[in-house]
Ligand binder design. Structure first.
Ligand SMILES: [Zn+2]
Length: 269
């Protein structure tokens, strides 16, 4: 999709304004505003991802694309993301981008891979550097099966709480990839800039299944199905805890989504 330069500028200006508003009001994204400290993904704190105003896949160095999860916001988000950078996600049919964070994990990553293979689905795994270093064979197996690997930092800190030097270390010591996903969706222009300096594109998500809360496989399945739309990036976890529910939900959801005509691709990481 392309927009006339004037319109593109307008979209960029509006979204940049939103980013400035966010920067001017950091409390809007503080942990206390929309979540409780609890056992979060991978057994870490805090519990829920911050609702960022930044792009789910912003161009390196860019913070101008907005993030919405409402149906009304999806069109704008898609427009912004596909005109603001050179990815063309969501413009070529009923494609869904499944993503799995916090692995690799010796028990559950192979189970996820088995389910994906059963449904001829490709996905993207945002792995932790320290887990990848502990289980390099799992990363190789995952890549070998046609999936993408993204960088989810070395050990899952809240990046906006760190010094610029530490942010650089966390991103730089993660796996080599063209994609980077900030833990807890905790990001800001400074973090995005460090990722860009490492030639990594920040990738967020459209649909949070909250599978790490272990709400039951049926609930996770429902979140996947309810959130599915062409081009959607869906967040799940293969690491950080017992993912039995995620594996079961994935298997059932993929059966139904395939029946609806969806296919599943890895992100170009
Ligand atoms: Zn994570």
């Amino acid at each position: 999709m392309t927009l006339p330069p004037g319109k593109l500028f307008l979209v960029a200006a509006i979204l940049f304004g939103a980013a400035l508003a966010q920067a001017a009001n950091p409390s809007a994204a503080s942990p206390s505003s929309d979540r409780q400290l609890a056992s979060g993904p991978a057994g870490r704190v805090p519990a829920k991802p911050i609702q960022s105003k930044f792009s789910k896949f912003s161009k390196p160095g860019s913070t101008k694309a907005g993030h919405r999860t409402t149906a009304a916001g999806r069109k704008n988000q898609r427009t912004a993301s596909t005109t603001a950078d050179d990815w063309t996600l969501g413009n070529d049919g009923k494609v869904i981008y499944l993503t799995f964070d916090d692995g690799p994990q010796p028990v559950f990553t192979p189970k996820v891979l088995t389910v994906l293979a059963r449904h001829q689905a490709k996905a993207t795994f945002f792995v932790l550097g320290k887990e990848a270093a502990a289980h390099p064979e799992l990363v190789e197996t995952t890549r070998g099966q046609g999936h993408s690997i993204g960088n989810h930092t070395w050990d899952h800190p809240m990046l906006t709480h760190l010094t610029p030097k530490r942010v650089h270390e966390e991103i730089f010591s993660g796996v080599k990839s063209k994609c980077f996903r900030p833990p807890y969706r905790d990001t800001n222009p400074a973090v995005a800039k460090v990722a860009a300096a490492n030639h990594q594109r920040q990738v967020l998500w459209d649909v949070d299944t909250n599978d790490w809360e272990k709400p039951g496989a049926a609930r996770i399945e429902r979140e996947i199905l309810r959130g599915a739309f062409p081009g959607a990036i869906i967040l799940m976890h293969d690491g950080g805890g017992n993912r039995t529910q995620t594996v079961a939900a994935l298997d059932r959801a993929l059966t139904q989504l395939r029946a609806r005509g969806f296919t599943f691709r890895a992100l170009p990481c």
